[in-house]
Design a protein around this ligand. Structure first.
Ligand code: NAP
Length: 282
């Protein structure tokens, strides 16, 4: 490392599972940039102090992951429209003594869905989002940006789905409906796209208990969980011949504006990058 080496990283607690270092370091090498991208483990109670210290140490910025996305929103001096809508920030850029907070999750998912299914796949159609946490919030914004006519938010705890729908309705064009998992058959009726934005199906978590029988066969299924890459949900969807989209696409696309902000180069999402990340996951 030299004085002009560009510094960036990802902060979370824990952070050892993060694929972001493999992703950004792939692009750094590909573009021959004198830069590093580090995983930084920060406890929740140390968040503000750590962010200030990273800025003072000359970091260009950091990605932010669980559990800091809301704290990152609160600490930002400026926020983009996506961050305001999401109420959470996954990218902090340190510029001219100020902290810029952005949220690239929704656009990352939209770019992944567009790449896999085509730009007009969801236009005027019905999408279903499973979950009501931060990722589900990004998924609703994403499906709205793809032109969905209606989005059904289905969550294990129905009250949280209702709260999410009422918090987002004024910010989106699509008509939002909230349902519990018990109403799944009704929610799946006529769906063109199902997005799992729950944490069910993640490595060391139980799989999502949801029969796909009610889902129209021309519906696509996206799981934003990427570890494992092929979740039980995607395996069952493929067995029914649904088109499927895994969570790695979202991860790669949400990182593009971050890399641009840190290092000043717009990177590309390619098959080589995917292969490198699949290797890192394995
Ligand atoms: P979160 O805020 O903790 O929300 C978790 C959601 O999952 C809640 O709605 C919860 O329902 C639901 N849930 C958990 N276990 C369940 C089960 N067994 N059955 C049914 N529902 C269950 O988490 P988050 O931040 O939104 O993240 C969710 C997932 O998205 C994580 O796996 C994360 O890694 C992934 N993610 C991926 C990307 C990417 O780039 N691919 C980006 C961001 C997040 P209740 O409300 O009933 O508890």
């Amino acid at each position: 490392m030299r004085e002009k080496t560009k510094l960036a990283g990802v902060i979370g607690w824990p952070i050892s599972h993060s694929l972001s270092p493999a992703l950004h370091n792939f692009w750094l090498k590909q573009h021959g940039i004198d830069g590093v991208y580090l995983p930084v483990a920060i406890k929740p109670e140390e968040f503000s102090r750590a962010v200030a210290a990273l800025g003072e140490a000359g970091f260009a910025g950091v990605n932010v992951t669980v559990p800091h996305k809301e704290a990152a929103f609160a600490i930002s001096d400026l926020r983009d429209e996506r961050a305001e809508a999401a109420g959470a920030v996954n990218l902090l850029l340190f510029r001219n003594g100020r902290i810029e907070g952005r949220n690239t999750d929704a656009d990352g998912l939209a770019a992944s869905l567009k790449q896999s299914l085509g730009a007009d796949f969801l236009r005027g159609a019905l999408g279903v989002v499973l979950g009501a946490g931060g990722a589900a919030r990004a998924a609703v914004l994403s499906l709205d940006s793809l032109g969905a006519r209606e989005i059904r938010i289905v969550n294990r705890t129905p009250q949280k789905a209702a709260a999410l729908a009422s918090a987002l309705q004024a910010k989106v064009r699509a008509k939002l409906f909230a349902q519990g998992l018990g109403d799944w058959n009704q929610a799946a009726n006529g769906a063109r796209l199902l997005v799992n934005a729950t944490s069910a199906g993640m490595k060391n978590s139980p799989p999502l208990e949801l029969s796909l029988d009610a889902l129209p066969l021309d519906a696509a299924v996206c799981d934003i969980v990427y570890n494992p890459l092929e979740t039980d949900l995607l395996k069952r969807a493929r067995a029914r011949a649904h088109r499927t989209v895994d969570g790695l696409g979202m991860l790669m696309h949400q990182a593009v504006p971050a890399f641009e902000g840190f290092y000043g180069v717009t990177p590309r999402v390619t098959a080589e990058l995917r292969a490198a990340l699949e290797k890192a996951l394995a």
